[in-house]
Design a protein around this ligand. Structure first.
Ligand code: UN1
Length: 500
C-alpha cells in the first residue's frame, strides 16, 4: 500500500453515522514494523464524544432489548459471512497495524468469525430454567434479560478477536454499547464495525469511539448511563477500571495479565514440548496474556531441552509480518519495546543467564521497527522478577525443577492465574496438574496459547475478577437472570410458610 499520500482519516461511529470527534484531535496509526508507514489518523476522542455515544446507545436500547434474540442473531450471522469473505484483506491490514505475522492475523480474524457464528447460534438458545414451585398451582422460571448499555475497552494484541468476544455476546443478549479499541490498532475495529453496519445492525446499538485510555476510556467508566464494563488489558489499568466501576456498582469484567508456564516433565515428548515452548513463548512476539513466558523443565531432561529450545529461538526470523519467511514480528510500539529491553537488562542483573537474544534489533530490515530478539534466560530462580512479572514480549525464562510437586509450586507461585500447560505422558501427573494448577485454563501436551471460542476464557488471582468471557460463560456477563413466579391458585400462598 502507498505510504507517501496524505493519510486517510477515520471517524467515530455514533448512532449509525461516522462522525468527527468534537475536539478534532487525532492519533496516528503507524506500522510497528516500519514506522514511516503511516496507516491512517484516528480520532483522539474525549468525554464529550463518549457522552454522545452513550446517549445514542441508551436511546437504541429500548428497541434493541425488545428485538427478538433470534432476529438479533441473524444480523450476527450475516456479519460472520461478510467477515469470512474479507478475511484475507482484514488480516493483511491487521498485520500492518499490529505487526504479528499474517498466519496469526488470519487466525485473529478467524477467531472473530468463530465468535460471531457462535453467538449467532446463541440467539435461539438463551435457555433459562423452568422448575416446579414448592407451592401448588404456581409456576417458576428464570429468563435472561439484557443489562443495558455496555462500555467495552479492548487491547491491541487481538485487534479483532477480542472486540468480537465482547461485542457479539453483548449484541445477542440485547445490550447496546460503546466500544473503545486500543489506540494502537483501531483499524481492525473499524473493519468489524463496518461489517456489522453492513449486516444491518440498527443505528445506536454499537457505537465506537477511538482514542486513548485517559481521553476516551475513562469517561466511559465514569458515565452514569453505562451499566456494565468489560476491560481487557494490564492488571494495573484493570485496578483503575474496577475502582471506577465500584461507586455505581457497575457490573465489571476484567481480563488482565498473566505469567503463564509450561511444565516439561522427564517423560515428555521433548520435541513436542520444544515446539510448544517456541510457539507459546514467541508467538505474537510474546504479546499474549496467555504467552508462555516461563518454562519449567525437569532436571533429567533440562540440558537437552535447553539446547533444542535455544537453537530454535535463535533461528527465528524476525521482521515484517507480511513477509512469508518471517516468523516473529515487532513489539507493538516504542514503549513496549522499552519495557522488553528493561526486563532483558533486569534479568541479567538478577543473575539469569541470557543464552540467546537480549537486545533490540537494529539496522537493515529492522531499522524502522520496534524489533527485539527472541530472548531466553536459563537457570532462572522462580522468584526473580523476570519470572514473576508480566513482560508482554519475546522473553522466556527457563527454570529447572526436580519433582512434580516442586513444578506445581513454581507454576502456582506467581500472582497471576491465566494459563498453564504440562507436557507429560504420565496420566496421573496430567490429571493432578489439571486439578492443582491454579489457572483458569490448563493445557495438557499443548502450549499455553490457543483457546477456542466456545469455551470459557479467563483467569484467577490478579488475572481476573471472577468472570469469564468467550463461550457460553459470556452470556452470564452480558445478561442478568430474571426469576419469574406465576401464581395461578387465586389465593395468597406464602413461600416457606404455607407448606402444609
Ligand atoms: C490473549 O492471550 O491475549 O488463546 C488472548 C489464545 C487466543 C486468544 C488469546 N485464542 O491464544
Amino acid at each position: 500500500m502507498a505510504t507517501s499520500q496524505a493519510p486517510k482519516s477515520f471517524r467515530n461511529f455514533i448512532d449509525g453515522e461516522w462522525v468527527e470527534p468534537r475536539g478534532g484531535q487525532t492519533i496516528e496509526n503507524r506500522n510497528p514494523a516500519n514506522t514511516s508507514d503511516l496507516i491512517a489518523l484516528f480520532p483522539a476522542s474525549a468525554a464529550q464524544d463518549v457522552a454522545v455515544a452513550v446517549d445514542a446507545a441508551k436511546a437504541a436500547y429500548g428497541k434493541w432489548r425488545l428485538t427478538p434474540a433470534p432476529r438479533r442473531a441473524e444480523i450476527l450471522f450475516r456479519a460472520a459471512e461478510i467477515l469470512t469473505a474479507r478475511k484475507e484483506e482484514y488480516a493483511r491490514e491487521m498485520t500492518r497495524e499490529m505487526g504479528k505475522v499474517l498466519a496469526e492475523t488470519r487466525g485473529d480474524v478467524q477467531e472473530a468469525i468463530d465468535m460471531t457464528y457462535l453467538m449467532a447460534g446463541e440467539g435461539r438458545r438463551q435457555f433459562g430454567q423452568t422448575t416446579p414451585s414448592e407451592l401448588p398451582n404456581k409456576f417458576a422460571m428464570s429468563v435472561r434479560a439484557p443489562v443495558g448499555v455496555a462500555g467495552l475497552i479492548t487491547p491491541w494484541n487481538f485487534p479483532m478477536a477480542i472486540p468480537s468476544w465482547k461485542v457479539m455476546p453483548a449484541l445477542v443478549c440485547g445490550d447496546t454499547m460503546v466500544l473503545k479499541p486500543a489506540e494502537d490498532t483501531p483499524l481492525s475495529t473499524y473493519h468489524l464495525t463496518q461489517v456489522l453496519a453492513e449486516a444491518g445492525l440498527p443505528p445506536g446499538v454499537l457505537n465506537v469511539v477511538f482514542g486513548d485510555g485517559p481521553g476516551a476510556g475513562a469517561p466511559i467508566l465514569s458515565h452514569p448511563d453505562i451499566n456494565l464494563v468489560s476491560f481487557t488489558g494490564s492488571t494495573e489499568v484493570g485496578r483503575i477500571v474496577s475502582q471506577a466501576c465500584a461507586p455505581a456498582f457497575k457490573k465489571c469484567h476484567l481480563e488482565m495479565g498473566g505469567k503463564n508456564i509450561i511444565l516439561v516433565m522427564d517423560d515428555a515428548n521433548l520435541d513436542l514440548a520444544v515446539d510448544g515452548a517456541v510457539w507459546g513463548g514467541f508467538g505474537t512476539t510474546g504479546q499474549r496474556c496467555t504467552a508462555a513466558s516461563r518454562v519449567a523443565v525437569h532436571k533429567k531432561v533440562y540440558r537437552e531441552f535447553v539446547e533444542k529450545f535455544v537453537a530454535r529461538a535463535k533461528a527465528l526470523k524476525v521482521g515484517d509480518g507480511l513477509d512469508p519467511a518471517v516468523q516473529m514480528g515487532p513489539c507493538i510500539n516504542e514503549q513496549q519495546l522499552q519495557t522488553v529491553m528493561r526486563y532483558a537488562e533486569l534479568g541479567r542483573q538478577e543473575g539469569a543467564k541470557v543464552v540467546t537474544g537480549g537486545h533490540r534489533l537494529e539496522g537493515g530490515a529492522h531499522a524502522r521497527g520496534w524489533f527485539h530478539e527472541p530472548t531466553v534466560f536459563v537457570d532462572c530462580d522462580p522468584q526473580m522478577r523476570v519470572c514473576q512479572e508480566e513482560i508482554f514480549g519475546p522473553i522466556v525464562c527457563v527454570i529447572p525443577f526436580e519433582s512434580f510437586d516442586e513444578a506445581l509450586a513454581i507454576a502456582n507461585g506467581v500472582s497471576y492465574g491465566l494459563s498453564a500447560a504440562i507436557y507429560t505422558r504420565n496420566v496421573n501427573h496430567a490429571f493432578r496438574a489439571q486439578r492443582d494448577l491454579e489457572t483458569g485454563i490448563v493445557y495438557v501436551n499443548a502450549p499455553t496459547i490457543g483457546a477456542e471460542v466456545h469455551l470459557p476464557f479467563g483467569g484467577t488471582k490478579n488475572t481476573g475478577n471472577g468472570h469469564r468471557e468467550s463461550g457460553l460463560a459470556a452470556l452470564e456477563f452480558y445478561s442478568e437472570w430474571k426469576t419469574i413466579y406465576v401464581d395461578y391458585s387465586d389465593r395468597l400462598q406464602r413461600a416457606q410458610i404455607d407448606t402444609a
